[in-house]
Design a protein around this ligand. Sequence first.
Ligand SMILES: Nc1ncnc2c1ncn2[C@@H]1O[C@H](COP(=O)(O)OP(=O)(O)O)[C@@H](O)[C@H]1O
Ligand SMILES: [Mg+2]
Length: 215
Amino acid sequence: MNIVIGNQKGGVGKSTLCILLANYLALYQESECLILDLDFQSSISSLWNRDRANLDNPPLYEVLDLELEAFKNFKDKLNQVDGHVIIDLPGKMDDNELIPIYQYADLVICPFAYDKVSFESTLVFAQIVKHLNKTVPIAFIPNRLKAGVRYEIKSQVNEVLKKFGRVSPELPDRVAFQRIDTLSIPEEIEELVRKTFDVIHNHHLTIIKKHDGEN
Ligand SMILES: Nc1ncnc2c1ncn2[C@@H]1O[C@H](COP(=O)(O)OP(=O)(O)O)[C@@H](O)[C@H]1O
Ligand SMILES: [Mg+2]
């Protein structure tokens, strides 16, 4: 399954949730994964290389650091990858190289925050994704929630986003998210992360897994 983590907005938690999803799938679902790091900042590749260099633990998964333009050549190989391919993208939407990435996506995961700017860009993002790929499911993840976001705001935003996809259980703003690595999920946030990804896994990834097993 080809999972794209996207939102045109930077800083919403795409790379963070990409790593946590790969860790979750490898550790709790025994799924094979491969991360494609298509962000020019290569933040995931750097972390993965650091973890491989400093620790004795074998990696949970591979990370391929590719230019956005290189996806065109990689897409024919997607079917040959065992398990899930998780793609981390830069925070932009104005690049034609993104078109095949969304067209080949089986699931789009979109982190966002409950503020006006984040909501508006998330809405535009969802419209573009649906324009490029009518049938792809979108899983929205409210991220970096601070105490004090009003219930009415949340439910209004969720109502709008529900027209495009599902809204997953929210993740709070905690420093533990800033200290993640590619080998484990910090204990302080493990339960929260599992709760969010269990919902996404149950809704979007279990049927595929069964199907994989049949082949
Ligand atoms: N739930 C969270 N709580 C606290 N900090 C977070 C959380 N999610 C992400 N961050 C931090 O926010 C910053 C931006 O996250 P990042 O994953 O790099 O976003 P993006 O890839 O969308 O640009 C990083 O410093 C990251 O550690
Ligand atoms: Mg990023």
